[in-house]
Design a protein around this ligand. Structure first.
Ligand SMILES: Cc1cc2nc3c(=O)[nH]c(=O)nc-3n(C[C@H](O)[C@H](O)[C@H](O)COP(=O)(O)OP(=O)(O)OC[C@H]3O[C@@H](n4cnc5c(N)ncnc54)[C@H](O)[C@@H]3O)c2cc1C
Length: 380
């Protein structure tokens, strides 16, 4: 059936990714959750399959696709049995590397973007610090020019892919001006003065690593400044639009998985002589869940289409992030409730979906910050 936003090519891509996910990722989901991470080899395999550069130009090894190709990837990766792996991949493809294409020099595209698309180098994006989360412009990690280099000092926290990253796109204060004093740097693993302080334990997303990073007089060549000096905050504001849209698409997909689990369970489980899905209280709640999910999906698709046309949709992107992430967690919570005691047992997948969707309301901008952006756009 023709679709407003997806072409036949998107559907071919969807089948290609689904096959990969079902045969090469899903069988390892439990093992990777318990291990607290999946092998780097998965990135290389995805690079080989052309999945890390879906919307990057062919001249850098990408597939030359559009934003909906990235949405297909986010939707299909949600079938891999955990939320951690899709998060790690999305940070690499949709958060850390888009600024390199958008703001990087040709030399940086060759040195960083090409191996990122091949899956040979893994990327992270480090904005958050112990004293600067929602208030990103108050970051304290400092960069001081020293000849042809910059010396970076400070720390970053909650950085996805931080433990294993080969390259960390790092936001650094390089001038006093709050918003106009931040610069992005491409910091490479092994650079003296750069280290992983620790891997952090989390409530969910166990298969993705999250790190605290430290910079102690870390010497980075000026050739690794990404974009314009002191324009990093604005570069990140550009980047966050795509990041939040893909995050919202991933949230809708995670909601789909939770709804599927709930539907299956309410048909299997009987109480009072009938499947629990036959009770009106449960049937109606499932109808509401499906409706909320569909509303979130349509909002995300329409906003993604407008974003792709180059329209300014900051308000709508923030609405997508706020609404889709809330809906996803609400559905996961209801799905767990419908499982009764079984929902609280680790052997049922619904607990993982519940733990993994909770973070969506926090990472990449909290619910409250999305409301701040929306209300500002309303002139408040
Ligand atoms: C699993 C995980 C992965 C992450 N990955 C990354 C990553 O890869 N890179 C990265 O840079 N960051 C990452 N983050 C960090 C994430 O983006 C931040 O946690 C988030 O932006 C919130 O910042 P904070 O934790 O400092 O909370 P705070 O900013 O301290 O907020 C605490 C509470 O106060 C509320 N609040 C703050 N300001 C306001 C306001 N003006 N009005 C109303 N309420 C307000 C917040 O909404 C929140 O509820 C990750 C976080 C997690 C949990």
């Amino acid at each position: 059936m023709p679709h407003l936003f997806f072409t036949e090519e998107h559907e071919i891509l969807r089948r290609h990714i689904r096959k990969f996910v079902e045969s090469e990722l899903l069988p390892h989901a439990d093992e990777w959750e318990e291990a607290g991470g999946f092998p780097d080899e998965v990135f290389r395999r995805m690079g080989e399959l052309g999945l890390l550069g879906l919307r990057y130009p062919e001249e850098y090894g990408g597939q030359g696709g559009d934003f909906f190709a990235s949405i297909v990837l986010a939707e299909e990766l949600s079938r891999c049995g955990s939320g951690g792996l899709p998060t790690a991949v999305a940070v690499h493809t949709e958060m850390a590397t888009p600024p390199i294409l958008q703001f990087g020099t040709e030399d940086q595209k060759q040195r960083f973007l090409v191996p990122a698309i091949k899956g040979e180098k893994i990327f992270a994006l480090a904005m958050t610090e112990p004293n600067a989360g929602s208030d990103l412009a108050s970051i304290e990690t400092r960069g001081v020019r020293d000849g042809d280099d910059w010396l970076l000092s400070g720390s970053k926290i909650y950085i996805t892919n931080g433990v294993r990253a080969d390259v960390v796109v790092t936001a650094v204060r390089t001038a006093e001006d709050k918003w106009g004093g931040i610069t992005l740097f491409l910091v490479e693993k092994g650079t003296p003065g750069f280290s992983v302080a620790k891997k952090l334990d989390k409530v969910g997303l166990w298969s993705s690593d999250t790190a605290e990073l430290v910079f102690e007089d870390c010497r980075v060549p000026a050739a690794n400044v990404l974009g314009q000096v002191n324009q990093g905050f604005f570069h990140l504001m550009w980047e966050l639009q795509g990041e939040r849209l893909i995050g919202a698409a991933g949230a809708v997909a995670a909601g789909d998985r939770a709804l599927e689990l709930a539907l299956r369970y309410v048909n299997e489980r009987s109480q009072f002589g009938r499947p629990i899905g036959k009770f009106q209280a449960i049937r109606h709640r499932l109808a509401d869940m499906a409706t909320e999910l569909e509303a979130a999906r349509q909002l995300v698709y329409t906003t993604a289409w407008r974003h792709q046309q180059g329209q300014s949709v900051i308000k709508e992107v923030s609405m997508c992030k706020l609404f889709a992430c809330q809906v996803a967690f609400r559905i996961a919570d209801e799905a767990l409730q419908m499982h009764g005691g079984a929902g609280y047992m680790m052997e049922y997948l619904v607990q993982r979906v519940w733990r993994d969707t909770r973070v969506m309301r926090i990472a990449a901008g909290t619910d409250e910050i999305m409301r701040e952006i929306i209300s500002k756009q309303l002139g408040l």
